[in-house]
Design a protein around this ligand. Structure first.
Ligand SMILES: [Zn+2]
Length: 84
């Protein structure tokens, strides 16, 4: 529920329910400020540094995966050599 006041007739109504248009006069309702704030808040939370951290995590995960795989291959090679 996002209450917005119609600029034309002044009636308060739910923006989502009215689908952006006044139920009384049919005029376009102002976009609620709450949405804008939420967007700003989200962009602040997941700020410009977030993608960099994500990329760094992917690189670390990839290195660990490769290191793990290399270790596995080494181990398998040692086991096979011991069996022969
Ligand atoms: Zn209205």
């Amino acid at each position: 529920m996002t209450a917005v006041k119609c600029l034309e007739c002044g009636t308060e109504q739910d923006f989502e329910e009215a689908v952006g248009y006044c139920e009384k006069c049919g005029r376009k309702l102002p976009v609620p400020h709450k949405r804008g704030k939420d967007t700003v808040r989200k962009s602040l939370q997941h700020g410009p540094k977030a993608p960099e951290v994500g990329a760094a995590n992917i690189i670390v995960t990839a290195i660990l995966a490769i290191a793990g795989l290399a270790g596995m291959i080494t181990l398998i090679t040692v086991i096979i050599r011991n069996q022969l």
